[in-house]
Write a protein that binds this ligand. Structure first.
Ligand SMILES: [Fe+2]
Length: 210
């Protein structure tokens, strides 16, 4: 734990294998597939479309292509929000920082998706990206470290990468085959002036725009 804190302080990121134990990660992975199927159903049926609201039900590209992705997106899903809240102490222990939760995101990438090199917005000051599962092969995420070098992080289900999202550029190459499910849980440092507790929302689990 102390080593993780030291590494994070020096490098601005730290890799944690098996951060979420196998039964739980499999549960969340299966859940992400079902949510994706529900979204597909809702947006392809007349009755579903009549009641569809992308902010609550998820959407196919809430980044409007900014990240080079057509991935399926769920902002603030109650399950991933719970993971974010319950992981707070662990993430504080691994970073040595006092934190507040901001928001979570669930994303299912599809074949052909990429993630262009970018840094995150303020609410993602401390980002934790966790691999839930995939259909075919490991699909690494890349970081540019403080020395300007590219770091490849291959993740298995349950592995987490904690990184300074607003500081370190990160990206993915094209997903060649199948799908890949990932969740992101985000935190801000406590008592910081741009503290985005709950990402400014009135409650955990609700969309950013309601
Ligand atoms: Fe990002």
């Amino acid at each position: 734990m102390i080593e993780a804190q030291k590494y994070f302080k020096e490098q601005g990121y730290v890799v944690l294998e098996n951060f979420v134990p196998s039964p739980l990660i499999n549960f969340i992975y299966e859940y992400s597939l079902l949510r994706t199927q529900l979204l597909a159903y809702k947006t392809s049926t007349k009755s579903g479309l009549e009641n569809y609201n992308g902010n609550w039900d998820g959407n196919f590209d809430d980044t409007k292509g900014n990240f080079g992705s057509k991935a399926v997106n769920f902002y603030g899903d109650p399950l991933t929000e719970t993971l974010m809240i319950k992981s707070l102490e662990d993430i504080q222990n691994h970073t040595g920082l006092e934190l507040v939760p901001t928001y979570s995101f669930l994303r299912l990438y599809q074949e052909g998706d990429t993630m262009i090199k970018h840094e995150d917005r303020d609410s993602c000051e401390i980002s934790v990206t966790i691999c839930l599962g995939y259909s075919d092969n490991i699909w690494p995420i890349y970081l540019e470290n403080r020395q300007g070098e590219s770091i490849e992080v291959p993740q298995k289900p349950g592995d987490a990468l904690i990184y300074s999202g607003c500081e370190l550029p990160h990206w993915r190459d094209k997903l060649k085959k199948g799908h890949h499910s990932q969740t992101f849980i985000h935190y801000n440092r406590k008592n910081k002036t741009n503290n985005n507790f709950r990402d400014g929302r009135p409650h955990f689990g609700v969309p950013k725009e309601i």
